[in-house]
Design a binder for this molecule. Sequence first.
Ligand SMILES: CC(C)(COP(=O)(O)OP(=O)(O)OC[C@H]1O[C@@H](n2cnc3c(N)ncnc32)[C@H](O)[C@@H]1OP(=O)(O)O)[C@@H](O)C(=O)NCCC(=O)NCCS
Length: 182
Amino acid sequence: MSMVIRPLTADDALALQKLRQAAHEDLTLGTPQEREHGLAMHRIQETLVKPFRTIGAWAGSSTLIGAATVSPVPKDPWDTDGDAWVGLSSVIVAPPYRGQGVARGLVQACIDDAADCGFVGMLLEVNELNPAARHLYDSFGFTVWSGPSLFYEVEGDPFYRVSMKKMLATGPAANHPIDEGA
Ligand SMILES: CC(C)(COP(=O)(O)OP(=O)(O)OC[C@H]1O[C@@H](n2cnc3c(N)ncnc32)[C@H](O)[C@@H]1OP(=O)(O)O)[C@@H](O)C(=O)NCCC(=O)NCCS
């Protein structure tokens, strides 16, 4: 399959909403409120402009088959070393295109982009019972630094999440406080 990976722009908002709808019923992706929030057009538009960056994968010129969003992590007021981290979220591939390396290409593009922008590390949260996502992040060298902890319940079923991190650069950042619990 020929695939083009590029940052999305405001013009891609509808395509991104349609893509997210494809994963809307997946309960491992968050609380019902979070999933609704992720589909709201105003929220989608926010993720297409700075300081967010959403990278998309296209099959041909007009079919958005996957996307992932990178956003700066708000600075901890106690963090005096000046390191800047980013969060990776909303990694979604349309069901018919899964298992073909689309997410791998997207995550690699997000990592490269964040490293080019000078961010020292990437954080994410993933449901413990999401083997595809866990395998993907493990294979990129993300490691668990917190959890699993109960994040939410849907109709009595518990969902546990882990927080993962990956350093994007070496040097002083390796001593960042977030490493202490790893
Ligand atoms: C998770 C998701 C993004 C993976 O997308 P994808 O394009 O199918 O993933 P890729 O084809 O790039 O595969 C990446 C790796 O995961 C592995 N993988 C894919 N599906 C898997 C599964 N069901 N179980 C275990 N591993 C799986 C692949 O084998 C591949 O590893 P490999 O290169 O070592 O063989 C996709 O399943 C999805 O959109 N799920 C719903 C949304 C979601 O859960 N997002 C993550 C939120 S944190």
